[in-house]
Structure formats: C-alpha cells, structure tokens
Design a protein around this ligand. Structure first.
Ligand code: 4NP
Length: 596
C-alpha cells in the first residue's frame, strides 16, 4: 500500500512534539538534607529523586529507578526515605532509604508490601497510612528496622507530620463525608485524639514544631491558619506581622510551615495561582504555581514553580535585595512556544447558575477551531496555572484546550470541593457539558470539532459524557477510566472502597445510574480507550466488559492496553505510550468536522 506523505509528516511532527515536551523535566522541591536541596523530577525520563548542592549548584540523582513517594527530608539528617512500587504498577509499596553520604539504597524496614499514600520522617522514624485488601492502618517504622502497626484507621486518612511524641494527619475521621478532622497520635500514650474546632468544619495538613500544631481550618468562615497546643488544648489564630496575606485573601493554602528562623510561611492559593508569604509579607515571584515546598536557608528561598506556558524551574529569591535568580530550567523549543497564543482564566455559569472556574489555553490557530475539553482526575484536584505536559502537547498540536475546574475541584473553597459528594457524574458532568457550550458561545470551539479527553476520574467523566451527551463530541479519549462502580468496589482495596463510600456519601443506589457501562449503547462517536494493565485504582477488568459491548454494537473504537504498568505514570516512555495514540486519534478526527 502506498504510504501517504502527509501522514508521515504528521507522525514526524507529533513525535517531535511529544519527545521535546517529555524531555522538559517536572520539578518539585521537597526540602533540604544537609547542604543539598532534594527534589522530585522526571529528568532522565523517570520520576525520581535528585539533589542540588546549595553553593555549587551541582545536580545529581539520589536513587536509580522510579519512586512513588518521598518523605520530606530533614535538614539535620542525611537520610532520604521514599517508597517504591515493587509490583509492576499494582501500587504495592516498600519503604527504602538512602544515606546521602554513601548513596547506597537500602530497604528501610522488612515489610509485606502495601499501598502507601504518603509518609513522613523525623530524622529517625517514619509514619504512614498503609492500605491492604482488608484495612487501612497507621504504622511506625524506625531506623533500627522495627515496624509497628499503631492502630486501624478505617477511613480516608493522610499522615502529614511526625515530631517528638506526635504523629499528625487528617481525614474523614468521624466518617462524615463532608468534613475533615485532624488526628493527633500520641506515641507516649499509644492513642489518638480527633480534633475539630467546630462541627462541620474542614481541618487539614497539620504541621508540627516543638510540640505545637499548625493547621488550616475554615471553622470561623475563611480557610485560615491556626495553632493548636496539645498540652493546653488551646487553639490560636495565626496573626501575621505584615498585611499582604490578608490583602491577598487566599481561598486555600498550597503548603505552609515554619522557616528555619521560626517564622510562619504560607503559600496562599486563589484562582489557580499561588503566592508566597512569610509572616504575612509577600515574597514576589513570577505568576504561576509553586510546586512542592519552598526551602528557606537564611536569607535565601529556593522555590520550584511553573505556569501553563512556562515549564518548571528552580528559582532562588534573595530576601535581602528581593532579587530572583533562576538556578535551573529547561527551555521550551521555539516552535512549541509559538503554538501558544495565550492563557485565559474565566468563570462561566453552569446549569444551576453555579460559577465554574476554567483555564482556557488558546493555541495559535484559528478561532473557532478544534478544541479539546481536558477533564482532570481526582476528582479532588484541579488544573492550576501550572505546567502540564499533556496540555502543552495538545496546544502544540494546534488544539485549544479547555480545562474546567468542575464542582468537586480543589482550590475554590471547601463548599465547592464538597459539591460532588453524593453526586459524582451528576452536577460535575453538567459542568463539563456547560464548558463545551461556553466555548461554542464564545467562538473558541468549532462546534463540530470538540473532543473530550481525561485520565482516571477524567476518564470516567469522558466515558459518561460519550454515553450521555454523544452529540456534543467529535470523539473522546478515556485513559484509566471507571465504567462500573459496583465492579470497581468489589475489586478495590480498603482505601478505594472508602473512597467510593465517601464520594457517593454512602448512596450505593446511585452506583448503577452513574456507571458509564449503562450508557454504552448510546456511544455514537469514535472512542479511544487507553488503560494500564495493572491499574489497581481503576481496574482494567470492567473496562474489558465495556469494550465487549462496543464490539457487539459495532462502534468505532480503538484500545491501547499498556503492559506491565499501573495507574501512576512514573516513566516518560509510558506517557509517550498514552499521548502518541491520543494525538494520532485527535489528529484524525479533529481535522475533519463532524458531518451529522
Ligand atoms: P484519580 O483516580 O482520578 O487518579 O485520583 C481515582 C481512582 C478512584 C476513584 C476516583 C479517582 N474513585 O472514585 O474510586
């Protein structure tokens, strides 16, 4: 068969876009160990840990191979503690340790692998919540190799710090899907206290310093910072010396803590961007989002940040003279930069008049033009003004990208985040449909060339949108999606069963109605299904039933099952395996308008 020259040119261009973008490393600063800053990066093609010398700028990898989580290092400790998946993507983790002086990886503790969502380290002990098929529990592992299960915590709970006699974290500790409470585990007493200053309030990310607990709460209205003293049981509102923080009036916080001088710093978030404050005084940084945690070393602050059009970089702010120096950055090739026209942040009204915030990334092509509706995962996550490899690839292909932060997204207050609880695939799906309508009304999207794309919860919404609103889309791409809540519940481990219980607020009777498999007969536009073989968050088995139904009805579809990997994309090769078929599929269908 003769080869079409135009197709070859397309494939060449598509591959260069994908390869040039995956080469730009993601960067997320985690802290400092001895005289080096420690960060997570995809430099070298895999998600791993690197360090940089504070004085010389010498960068090097700390561990070989992909990691799946890192405890924040401690400046006084040479140990870096992290987790690895030991089961080809099934998210069964073990804890490892590297001593920066020896650079040799060791198992931190002998253990059966389990799903670990986060871990904290105080220089010698590490605490984590581990999930098995049967239960979630809080564990303590020590540098001498001991491991102890402290207590069962059968609810969604995250550990956020450990110091002295306390381990602290937060979660739906009272089993109420709408509220987060703190837990304070006292190692001396062997029990934990649940803290909520007011019933119905949201309390998150407790941090410890000298036995005091800094946390975010909305119990007085706005999300603000408070200090709790577990000895006196007193809660004090943090009052800053400078007024910039209150003037900015953050809606939420990215992170916060104490500087090495004992001052309180906070990353305030509003409308998908973050700003940094120390004692309430703004530290001016370029527009965008901070990744990970700033590192404070005397007068200097090291920060990793990016925006939707500026790839990640490490900057150093000198607070003595307010200068900013970029100390590491990989630049975007010019031909890709030229494809970005501009980024707009908008709010549109959904079916019930609720305002939905959205980032719109316009490509340098015509308007109205081919458009991709990008549905983020989570669902308790958001698209911020932050570098995204997938969005950058879509824009570089000349597609306008709409990234709605549908109800349930983080970043816009707890009432907005809670608005999908008890209603997944309901109001949030309408918000996505209204995003497409907004883009047509505003002459951005060509009504006959709108695709929907999402991964994980975004994959779920894509399946549901293709089945419930088939007329809106030219085509759809569902990655690692959910098609059947009942089957998913049976296949999930303890934490994902709890996740589903919380998300549906226990309304099991909604599962069937909100499962995309119920609407597969209505799918009338081409659908591309991409799914990791070993995904244990969103298992492949129910998706195989969905595919069977597509075959039976003679639908136009394609399927890519990614061998030997799980839900989390830790190797850039695997991102290529997702984005190459995605873009080829979009090119094929968005190049031609829908005829009916
Ligand atoms: P995510 O994955 O979008 O990557 O966070 C998910 C996995 C499970 C569920 C939702 C999202 N769930 O609802 O069970």
């Amino acid at each position: 068969m003769p080869v079409d020259e135009e197709d070859i040119a397309d494939i060449k261009y598509i591959s260069s876009v994908i390869l040039d973008i995956v080469k730009i490393p993601l960067l997320s600063l985690m802290g400092r160990a001895c005289d080096r800053i420690i960060y997570i990066t995809t430099e070298g093609g895999i998600m791993s840990i690197w360090s940089m010398d504070l004085d010389s700028g010498d960068r090097r990898s700390v561990v070989k191979g992909p990691i799946h989580g890192l405890a924040r290092p401690r400046p006084s400790s040479p140990y870096i503690i992290y987790i690895r998946d030991v089961t080809k993507g099934m998210e069964q983790h073990k804890i490892f340790c590297v001593d920066l002086r020896e650079e040799e990886e060791k198992l931190f503790v002998e253990m059966d692998p389990m799903r670990i969502f986060g871990l904290v380290f105080d220089g010698s002990k590490t605490a984590f919540v581990g999930s098995t098929a049967a239960e979630n529990a809080l564990y303590l592992a020590e540098i001498d190799g001991s491991l102890e299960k402290l207590c069962v915590m059968d609810t969604i709970a995250f550990v956020s710090d450990i110091e002295g006699r306390y381990i602290v974290g937060f979660g739906n500790m009272r089993g109420n899907p709408y509220t987060y409470e703190l837990f304070i585990y006292d190692l001396a007493q062997g029990e934990y206290e649940i803290l909520s200053p007011k019933e119905g309030s949201q309390n998150k990310y407790p941090q410890l310093l000298n036995g005091k607990i800094l946390f975010e709460s909305n119990y007085e209205g706005k999300n603000r910072l408070y200090i709790y003293d577990p000895e006196t049981k007193e809660i004090t509102k943090v009052e800053f010396r400078y007024g910039d923080y209150e003037k900015f009036d953050p809606i939420e916080h990215g992170a916060y803590g104490w500087t090495d001088r004992g001052e309180i710093w906070a990353e305030g978030k509003k409308n998908g961007r973050s700003r940094l404050f120390v004692e309430g005084k703004e530290i001016y940084i370029p527009e965008g989002t901070i990744h990970g945690f700033p590192v404070f070393v005397e007068d200097k602050i090291f920060i990793t940040m990016s925006s939707l059009i500026n790839p990640p970089r490490i900057i150093m702010v000198d607070t003595k003279d307010d200068t900013i120096k970029t100390i590491f950055q990989t630049t975007l090739p010019d031909y890709i930069k030229k494809k970005f026209r501009r980024v707009e942040f908008v709010k549109y009204k959904s079916f019930d008049m609720l305002e939905i915030p959205m980032y719109v990334i316009l490509a340098n092509t015509k308007t109205p033009g081919p458009t991709v509706l990008y549905v983020h995962g989570g669902p308790w996550a958001e698209v911020m003004d932050c570098w995204s490899m997938s969005i950058a690839m879509l824009v570089a292909m000349g597609f306008h990208v709409l990234a709605p932060n549908f109800r349930g997204s983080t970043g816009y207050g707890d009432d907005f985040r809670n608005a999908d609880i008890g209603d997944p695939g309901g109001g949030d799906l309408q918000d996505v449909v209204y995003a497409a309508k907004w883009a047509m009304d505003n002459n951005i999207a060509d009504p006959k060339r709108i695709a929907i794309y999402g991964y994980s919860y975004g994959g779920y919404m894509t399946y549901l949108a293709m089945g419930k609103h088939p007329e809106l889309w030219r085509c759809g791409i569902a990655g690692a999606g959910i098609v059947d809540w009942g089957k998913m519940y049976k296949l999930g481990d303890a934490i994902f069963r709890q996740f589903i219980d919380i998300l549906f607020a226990g309304k099991k009777e909604l599962w069937k109605e909100r499962s995309p498999i119920e609407y597969v007969e209505n799918v009338s536009r081409p659908i591309c299904i991409i799914h990791p073989q070993n995904d244990t968050r969103c298992p492949l088995i129910p998706v195989m039933d969905y595919i069977q139904r597509l075959i039976q009805k003679g639908a136009t579809f394609e399927t890519h099952i990614l061998p030997d990997i799980g839900h989390a994309i830790l190797r850039m090769d695997d991102l290529v395996k997702i984005m190459l078929p995605t873009i080829i599929f979009l090119e094929k269908y968005l190049k031609t308008a829908q005829s009916t």
